[in-house]
Write a protein of this length. Structure first.
Length: 94
């Protein structure tokens, strides 16, 4: 499943965003993957940055964005995909 249907009938895509975040400006980077549902890539990026800020990250560098066409086979990505399908913004630190 690659999209989630919401009450208004709008289909949203599951995005994966790859990048790194910093808990302090100039600190050590933390590699991460973010999975979330959004109607478009701009909204996905905005929601990902908001989620990182809520988790206490000061800065983020996002390198790639893509669309998932199915549930990943391995953890923690499979659980993150399921969370994204349920409306969560899943942040996987590597």
């Amino acid at each position: 499943m690659s999209a989630s249907d919401y009450e208004d009938g709008e289909t949203q895509t599951v995005f994966v965003i790859i990048g790194r975040a910093f808990q302090e400006k100039g600190g050590e980077p933390i590699d991460l993957h973010i999975m979330l549902c959004a109607p478009d890539d701009d909204t996905a990026v905005r929601n990902a940055l908001n989620a990182l800020a809520q988790e206490g990250y000061e800065e983020a560098e996002l390198d790639q964005i893509g669309v998932l066409d199915g549930m990943p086979d391995e953890e923690p990505h499979a659980s993150a995909f399921q969370g994204a399908m349920e409306g969560e913004v899943a942040i996987i630190t590597l």
